[in-house]
Structures are given as C-alpha cells and as structure tokens.
Design a protein around this ligand. Structure first.
Ligand SMILES: [Zn+2]
Length: 398
C-alpha cells in the first residue's frame, strides 16, 4: 500500500527536514509573486465587474433615451400630418381665391365694357330702350328691368368680393394654425435632437467601456497564464503541497500530535494523478495519513453539515464547520460523527473519527478549508491557515 511505502520513506527524517526547509525557502519567494498576481487578478476582476455594471447602466440609459426619441418622433409625425392637412386646405383656398379673382375680373370687365358702351352711345341705348316702350306700364317695366340688370351685375361683383374676403380670412387662420403647429413641432424636434446627442454620447461611452473591459479580460488571461506557470513551477519544486500562504495560524491542526501519522501528508493541495477511480485530479485539500483517529475542530464554530456517506458523493461521511462568515472547514472519509448540525463547537472539540468511507484508497483524513460562501469553488490551501510551527512539523510524502 502507498501509505506504508510513504511511511517507510518518510523515516529518513534528515532528508525530509532538509527538503522541507528548501521548499519553504522556495515557497516564500514563489508565494510572494503568486500573491502579487492573485492581488492583481482580484483588482482586474473587480474592474471587470465595475465595467460590466457600467455597460449595463449605460445600456439601460440608452434604451430609455431611445424610447423617448421614438415617442418624440411619433409626435413629430403627428404634427407633420397636421401641417400637411393644413397646407392642403391652404392650397385649396388659394386656388379658390385665384378662381374668384379671375371670375371677378371677367365680370368686372364685362360690366365696364357695357357701361363704356352705354356711355359712348350717350345713354341712347337706355333712352331708346325706354322710348321703345309701347305704353306707360311698359315704360315703367323697362325702367326697372334696366335698373335690376345693373344691380345684378353689381351684386355679383360684391358677392364675389365677399366670398374672396371670407376665404382669405380662412386661409390666414389656417396659416396661423400651421405656424403654431410648426412651432410646436420645432420644439419637439429640438428636444429629439438633444436626446439623439445624449444617445450618441452614451454609445461612445459604452463602446469605450467595452474596449476597456476587453483589455481587462486580456490582462486577466495574461495574469492567469502567469499564475498557472508559477503554480506549476511551485508544484514541481514543492511537490503537490503547493504552499502559497502566510501561515496565518487561524486554524490549529485537526488531529492530535499523539495520533500516529498525524503530520504525514499523502496528498497536498493542487494537481495530482488520480489515486483511485473517481478521485479528483485537482486535489483542493490535504490528505493526512491517520487511520481511525479523533478529529478536532481547528477553531470555534458551528456545525454546518453532517452528511452520511450514501449522500455525500465521494466524500464519505462528511462534516462541514462554519467558523465565520468567511471561513469553513470540511472533513471527508470519516468513520463516525460526534456532532450534529447546528451544534456549536469550540477549538479542540472532538467532532468525529477519521476513516476510509467514500472514494478513498486507504484510511486518511481529507481536510478542506473554504473561504467566502464556503462552496466547492471556495476551497483554498489549508496550509495557508495553520501556524508556521505546525507547518514545520509536517512531512510531505507524495
Ligand atoms: Zn483528499
């Protein structure tokens, strides 16, 4: 069995301690640049998030402005229809006026020529007409006929003039109406054009933000490449322990120093060859070689989950403890539980016993540290959270 071989190898303590010291020296240097890259990644990521928010904000502002522009255009179109209708009426009136003027002129000329003819003939026509009357009644009758003829001519001219005046008044009113509508339409057009300017500015701003976001994404990719390279180098130098942290000492070791192999790490945090079918290739935890030993809470907390092996996937019997809103620890492959969900535990409280349940190639404790909301994606290297003193006692054997 692997672990027995490991245990044998690990007896050569001199070599191990030398190796451990070497890797610590290397790790500190690598972790500095790694943490700097991770810091840069965080900065870039938050800038990307800001850019995304900004793009969303600008997009919704643009949508709102576009909606207003459309509404104003609809209003402009209504005004335009109204102006067209008024113009049509004005044109019709204009045509009528021209027609009436022609009519007036024609009738006026006719009357004038008749009067001229009468004048030139020295009223003889009238007189002859009257004298041709055969009786006094006839005479009187002819006299009125003449008067009425002149009145009809005059009346027609007056009527034409009045009609023309009326139509001209209507036309003037229509022109005033049209001017008012045009004025209103121009106000709306001005507003629409101002909004169009705002829309263009927003579009420019959005496009600039998108460019910025795209260069941030490229930068992020570049940082990820650098990070992968450093992690890979570190893994080569430091084995799969992948130490990157600062020994915060937030967590104490979850096993007693009296437990056999309490300090023997058979798999560290990072990529590995699959030890058994179904196990992970990117192992985001520490595997500690103890078999059936008490497991202790590494800090105060509250039991967040207790899941039996049939419901936990490869984890076997599993416990998750919440230490704070930002820090969780998880324990896999346990043989038994000593806590229930919701139970408060203090540092050093026995939460269960290690074992070999779930997907496991031999008895060991699978120990995870999670930050943030405590999901699988939040797993970090537990070595970052133990003290330097604890770390100095660990033996990496893989
Ligand atoms: Zn494991």
């Amino acid at each position: 069995m692997n672990k027995k071989i490991c245990a044998g190898v690990c007896v050569i303590l001199t070599f191990i301690m030398f190796f451990a010291n070497m890797s610590t020296t290397y790790s500190n240097a690598a972790s500095t640049s790694l943490s700097s890259i991770q810091q840069q990644k965080n900065d870039v990521q938050s800038k990307i998030e800001e850019a995304k928010k900004e793009i969303d904000k600008l997009s919704s502002e643009m949508t709102a402005v576009q909606k207003q522009i459309s509404e104003l255009n609809a209003q402009i179109s209504i005004y335009q229809d109204s102006i067209d209708t008024l113009q049509k009426q004005i044109d019709e009136n204009e045509a009528t006026i021209v027609q009436l003027e022609a009519d007036y002129e024609k009738r006026g000329k006719a009357l004038a020529s008749r009067i001229v003819a009468q004048y030139e003939s020295g009223e003889i026509t009238y007189l002859d007409f009257l004298l041709s009357s055969e009786s006094l009644t006839d005479f009187i009758s002819n006299y009125y006929v003449l008067g009425e003829l002149v009145d009809i001519d005059n009346g027609l001219l007056t009527e034409i003039e009045e009609t023309k005046t009326n139509i001209e008044t209507t036309k003037k009113q229509l022109e005033e109406d049209k001017a008012t509508v045009e004025e209103q339409m121009n106000i709306v057009k001005q507003k629409a054009s101002e909004l169009e300017e705002s829309r263009k500015k927003l579009a420019q701003e959005r496009s600039a933000t998108e460019n910025n976001k795209s260069s941030l994404n490229s930068k992020m990719q570049e940082l990820e490449k650098q990070e992968q390279k450093l992690l890979e180098e570190e893994r080569k130098q430091n084995g799969a322990a992948g130490y990157v942290g600062s020994f915060s000492g937030t967590l104490s070791w979850p096993l007693s120093t009296t437990s056999r192999y309490y300090n023997l790490i058979t798999y560290g945090y990072g990529p590995r060859n699959q030890p058994t079918a179904g196990a992970s290739t990117n192992h985001k935890a520490l595997d500690i070689a103890v078999s059936y030993q008490p497991v202790y809470a590494p800090a105060d907390g509250c039991v967040d989950a207790v899941i039996t092996e049939s419901n936990s996937g490869g984890y076997g019997n599993y416990i998750k403890i919440k230490h704070s809103d930002n820090l969780y620890t998880c324990y896999g492959h346990l043989s038994s539980f000593n806590v229930t969900v919701g139970q408060t535990v203090t540092r050093g409280y026995k939460i269960g016993t290690s074992g070999n349940t779930g997907i496991s190639s031999g008895p060991h404790l699978h120990w995870e540290v999670r930050v943030g909301s405590g999901t699988m994606n939040d797993r970090v290297n537990p070595l970052n959270y133990i003290s330097k003193e604890t770390y100095s006692k660990l033996i990496f054997c893989f």
